[in-house]
Each structure stands twice: as C-alpha cells, then as structure tokens.
Design a protein around this ligand. Sequence first.
Ligand SMILES: *Cc1c(COP(=O)(O)O)cnc(C)c1O
Length: 345
Amino acid sequence: MFDLEKIIRKNILELKPYSSARDEYSGKSAIFLDANENPFETGYNRYPDPYQRELKKKIAVLKGVAEENIFLGNGSDEPIDLLYRIFCEPRKDNVIIPDPTYGMYEVCANINNVAIKNVSLTANFELDVDRILKQIDENTKLIFLCTPNNPTSNSFKGEDVLKIIENFKTGIVVVDEAYIDFSSVPSLLNKLVEFPNLVVLQTFSKAWGLAGIRLGMAFASPTIVKFFSKVKYPYNINILTQRLALETISTKGDVKNVVKEILEERSGLGKELMKLSYVKGILPSDTNFLMVQVAEPKRLYEYLVDHQIIVRDRSKVHLCMGYIRITIGTPNENNKLLQTMSKFK
Ligand SMILES: *Cc1c(COP(=O)(O)O)cnc(C)c1O
C-alpha cells in the first residue's frame, strides 16, 4: 500500500508554512490594510493570489481535472525542485533517472545533494523497465519519466510507464508531459485518481507558446498538491503571468490549430531533410522537434551558426551519437534551414 506520509521528509511533514496576509484573509472587496502594500493603484500594487484560484479554475476545465489536483509553478522547473525538497533527504535518498533525458532532473538532484541512479534507455530509446525496477531500494524516492522524451523525441510505451507506476509504491513516479500536446499518445492525467504515487508535469512553455511567462503545471493527489503549496514561495506566480495565462486560455481556448500547423511542418521538414545525402536518419518524433543523425554533427552545427541558424548539437549525449536536435520553426524559418542545409558540403 502507498503511504504518502512515510515518504515525505520529516521536517516537511512538520513544517509550519509561512502564513501570508492573503492566507489569513482571502475574501474580496474590503479595505486592505494588512499586507503593507502601497494603496495607490498602479495595476500591480497588490500581491497576487498565492493559490491562483481563478487560473486553476480555468485550467481544471481545460484539463478535465479537479482544482485540488493542480499546482502551478514558476515553469516546470519549480515543481521539479519542490519534489526533491519534499521527498528527498539530502545525502541519504536517491532518485532514478533514465538516460538520456531532460537535464533538469539531474541538476536539481545535484543542487539538493540527492544521489542519482541512471538507467540507460534501450537501443531503440524505450524504458528498460526491469532494470529500473531492480534499481529501487528503500531510499529511492522519485522516478522521472519524460514522455514524450527530450531529447529522443519518442513517447515511451504506455504499458512500460504503467508497469513502473504500479510497481513503485514506496515513492513517486514523475511523468513529465511537456510535449504531450504534440503527441499521439494520450496523457496520464486520467490516471491520477487511480495512482496516488503519480505526479504529472505539463507546461505553458511549448504548445501554448508562453515560455516567457514561466508557468508550469503539476497534477497530483490533493495531498501532494497541499505539500507543494506548503513548501513553495508564497507568491510564486506573479500577477502578470496569472493575468496573461487567464487571458490566453479565454481567447485561444486550446492549442489545436497551432499544434496542427507545427505537426504539418514537422512532417514536411522531415521529408525534405531525408533527401540530403549526409542525413542518415531521423528519429520518429512525438514532439515539436526532430532528432536528425548526420555524418558530421559538429561541423554542421558550426556551419549553421555561421549562417545564423542555431540548432542543438546532441551528438555527445548518451545513445545520441551523430544527432542534432532541430526545433520546428515557422514555415519561413524551416525553408531557410533547408536552403542552408542543402548547401552544406
Ligand atoms: C521544455 C521542457 C520543460 C518545460 O520547462 P518549463 O520550466 O516549464 O519551461 C519541461 N520538461 C521538459 C522535458 C522540457 O523539454
């Protein structure tokens, strides 16, 4: 049986969180003389809602989950760091991270002085489920699964992800769905009720086109969300971000159109790239980027920089020998990339 209290750090279980003015009185329309704010209206003279209630209401409808299942962070980076601070005792606990994957899981482990057990993906970039499960010990608190995965661009097999969630009852499985809007594989959001050890991360940085406002989402059981809120900075999402996200969700409604356009571009760009003699292959992508294997990645990268086109050289990454990572751009940008790449000798 999964027992959340057993895996939360003792100091966090016992933590008395900061109580802000807006915690102690959260009603509306009053004369507010309680937070030492400047009373003269600037549009921004008041502290933001520490729990982003209006925004969470909108996101709950958008995602089909309850408001109690939502934590909002300063990018996904904030919930990633909070997971370490809530669950991992420094210099004692460990986490399991597949390799290769998104780099922030490792950086946050190092910042929090938490040991990492890396488990290589298989040769075709799938999860090595048996080796992951074998690595679990009594101090393993988190397993990170990024699906679709950055940088390999594939979604992991649903049955593999589920098997890990079902077999890890002494810690949390974090499923990072940053690229889910581009994916043909469904989200795990509808499994939250079934699995109290599941945390799903999503973000406004990719499909929503709002990387600049820094807004990430963590979906989890109401109890885990309460611990996120207990440990976060009181006013972690500023007013500008809250307002702009509300406005964007209200006016755009969803990301279907822009995702459709990016997926069409991805398919066209992939076909054209494959015609180049030095392109050896492209990994099947469930994301807004392509992993392209070329003969001379470093020289191609530098050539593209010289032509003011910046891609990511991933050729030194485990299992990614020869690969560069190309984010899908606008039609115009993709055409320029193709023109430039076709002249590479
Ligand atoms: C881009 C990306 C994110 C987004 O991070 P933010 O802090 O929300 O901008 C999260 N996870 C992965 C795997 C990513 O590639």
